[in-house]
Ligand binder design. Structure first.
Ligand code: IVH
Length: 676
């Protein structure tokens, strides 16, 4: 490819990718699969890598973030970003309407645009000839911080506008609210909790913190989104109404809230407000009210602005969702993964129409950071799907009788030892703790663990709820009588399940270790352990020091393994598993010569890539086989690849292998190869 061809290819790919981004992020209606999209994207990355001087800032590849800044520059807004006056009741809204009519000297109904008021961070985007050139926060309304690099990473902000009238738009300033959807916020906080990082108090703080990050690579990992609701300077374009502007923004590829509506007269606005407040719980992002704007731009001009806010708009708020109450007690919940969560029991309080009696305190770190004590007066907050939580302690109201709180050292449900891993405390009774039982069985029986086919979530729930299974080993005590005694079980299906359970006894050591669900021991670690210990017994007898001698094992993992096997409840279950006949020394699947100790290491450190479809193995099986023999699977072919295994209809990886002169094996050759 010469440079001219490269440029053509790059432009074509960028247009295609921009279009698919638009379908996916703005319209929420993709027209290609993720895999196809990934292929296009990869092709663009590769072509740009070969011709780096053709990379431009508006390329879809340039969203990953850049080197951290020392500080933000400031940017002056060409038109100030004002804030809004508040209305709290229908009377307030009517008063706003009357003032407008008085000012305009009219008795006619005013046409308003009613918009959901998102609770995020106000920003301004600048486009020059349709290309995103800069973005800033609202700041004090006159100057904001230059957060261009950060906004560039937000997928729903187009780096290039689309649409036919663009050449006319030399400079376009778009205003909008950057936010984090509630579900994404909950996930973000859950991950931060796991890593021991302080949690964000609410989605707004998370959005603001993410946009005002000096390291845009961090911003790129945050699930930010945007809705645009207006403009600043807008050259060479004439509009009559605010609603027309919103339609134009949409046509240019910017994201505009689909819930925005034209309302004729204030009574329609009040109805809209009522509807939105009802819908509030079902909307996937935080709203704190409705913004009401006079639609006609000439009327907006006549109305003008006061210093702080325009006369032609108002923020018609929803009921507050923060209240003051007292912590009666702190209880401890055990989640399905064994994580202990402190939960505050509150004096019941009505928060925005819902009675709140409990609030999550997340973990011990959060209790300590907020200095929460039993008996404290606190501010609680409830927001959509967000679990009610304590925002702050009102320390002035303390009387000295407040009691500090620490999570217990034994699980309140099963009495097993509690260990701390980062910010989270866990119960170690994974094989028998009632809170963890369903999840434990699900993991134990899963495909890559004991591989018990036909044991679905529905069955697990039924067995646990009917008391037929009290720990994972009870699976092996199931018989036709006690299964068919339950609802919805016929002879034949019970028989099938019992056969599958029976079959699972004949397993491999790595699978068994993985199945136990020891914290920190995933599939790979289970293999490492199986490489170093010849049996489960030997592993159970090992010491912390011995584990630490193994290259891949760190102190957290070693501690977790030791605590797991020290726990009496777990040992009992393992004893039961052995008694039931679960193999603790078997050969691998497919008759390959795999033993637990002294495993054949013919593939040691060899790198494999799989392409096409194999007839006798699934991808997972082939992967397991190779890894059990010491090899590694990677997803892309490079010079480091040793073998490419090509099944039926191999893809481009096969061509790449040929190009790089890497040995390829067909299925028959692969089978011979692993059994040689
Ligand atoms: S219009 C002069 N529309 O609310 C018009 N603001 O206090 C000013 N907001 O700073 C803003 N959704 O952060 C407008 N649909 C919407 C909005 C909205 C959220 C925020 C924005 C602004 C604050 C107003």
């Amino acid at each position: 490819m010469d440079e001219r061809e490269a440029l053509k290819e790059i432009e074509k790919l960028r247009d295609e990718i921009n279009y698919h981004n638009y379908r996916y992020y703005i319209l929420d209606s993709p027209v290609i699969s993720d895999a196809e999209y990934d292929r296009l994207f990869k092709r663009l990355v590769e072509t740009e890598e070969r011709f780096p001087h053709l990379i431009t800032p508006d390329s879809p590849t340039q969203r990953v973030g850049a080197e951290p800044l020392g500080e933000f520059k400031t940017i002056a807004h060409t038109i100030p970003m004002l804030s809004l006056n508040n209305a709290n009741t229908p009377e307030d809204a009517r008063e706003f309407d009357e003032k407008i009519k008085r000012f305009l000297n009219t008795k006619e109904d005013i046409e308003y645009v009613a918009e959901p008021k998102l609770d995020g961070l106000a920003i301004e985007l600048v486009y020059a000839d349709g290309i995103f050139t800069g973005g800033s926060t609202r700041g004090d309304g006159y100057t904001g911080e230059d957060v261009t690099l950060n906004l560039r990473t937000v997928k729903s902000i187009p780096l290039k506008l689309i649409g036919e009238k663009l050449p006319l738009l030399s400079r376009l300033e778009v205003r909008g609210e950057v936010f984090i959807p509630i579900k994404a916020f909950n996930n973000l906080n859950r991950d931060r909790g796991k890593k021991g990082e302080p949690l964000f108090a609410n989605p707004r703080n998370a959005a603001a913190g993410s946009v005002r990050q000096l390291d845009s690579r961090i911003t790129a990992t945050r699930p930010l989104d945007i809705y645009c609701y207006g403009t600043g300077t807008i050259e060479s374009a004439k509009f009559k109404t605010h609603f027309e502007i919103l339609q134009a923004l949409k046509r240019w590829g910017l994201k505009v809230n689909p819930l925005i509506k034209i309302c004729k007269g204030i009574e329609e606005v009040i109805k809209y407000h009522e509807e939105m407040e009802k819908k509030r719980e079902d909307i996937p992002y935080e709203l704190d009210g409705v913004v009401v704007k006079v639609n006609r731009l000439d009327l907006q001009d006549m109305l003008g602005a006061l210093t702080r806010s325009p006369r032609w708009a108002v923020a018609y708020k929803f009921k507050a969702r923060q209240e003051t109450t007292k912590i009666r007690n702190i209880e401890v919940g055990v989640g399905r993964t064994g994580a202990l969560t402190p939960v505050a029991v509150l004096e019941p309080v009505n928060v925005g129409g819902v009675t709140v009696e409990r609030a999550t305190l997340h973990n011990q770190n959060e209790v300590d950071r907020k200095d929460i004590k039993i008996g404290d007066w606190v501010i609680v907050q409830r927001a959509g799907d967000v679990i009610p939580e304590i925002v702050t302690v009102i320390k002035d109201r303390r009387n000295g009788n407040e009691k500090p709180f620490k999570l217990p050292s034994k699980c309140p449900l099963c009495g097993s030892t509690v260990i701390r891993n980062g910010a989270i405390h866990y119960c170690t009774g994974g094989l028998s703790c009632p809170a963890q039982l369903k999840e434990g069985i699900r993991h134990f029986s899963s495909k890559r663990a004991m591989n018990i086919e036909g044991l679905g979530d529905r069955h697990i729930n039924q067995f646990v709820e009917n008391g037929v299974i009290k720990d994972v080993a009870d699976l092996y005590n199931l018989n036709k009588e006690n299964v068919t005694g339950l609802e919805r079980w016929a002879d034949k299906s019970a028989q099938n399940l019992i056969e599958q359970i029976e079959k699972s006894k004949n397993t491999t050591l790595p699978r068994l270790i993985y199945a136990l669900g020891i914290r920190q021991v995933g599939e790979h670690m289970a293999k490492v352990l199986a490489d170093n210990f010849s049996s489960l017994d030997e592993l159970m007898r090992t010491s912390y020091e011995r584990l630490m001698e193994i290259h891949e094992i760190g102190p957290e993992t070693a501690k977790s393994i030791i605590t797991f096997f020290k726990e009496g409840h777990n040992r009992k279950v393992i004893e039961k598993l052995k008694k039931a006949g679960v193999k603790t020394a078997v050969s691998g699947q497919f008759g390959a010569p795999i033993q637990w100790m002294g495993r054949v290491s013919s593939l040691k450190d060899k790198q494999f890539v799989l392409t096409g479809t194999l007839s006798e193995f699934t991808r997972d099986e082939a992967k397991e086989l190779i890894e059990n023999l010491g090899g590694r699977i990677t997803s892309t072919v490079s010079k480091k690849t040793d073998y490419v295994i090509a099944g039926a209809e191999p893809g481009s990886k096969y061509d790449k292998a040929k190009e790089l002169d890497i040995k390829t094996l067909n299925e028959a050759e692969f089978k011979r190869f692993i059994s040689s």
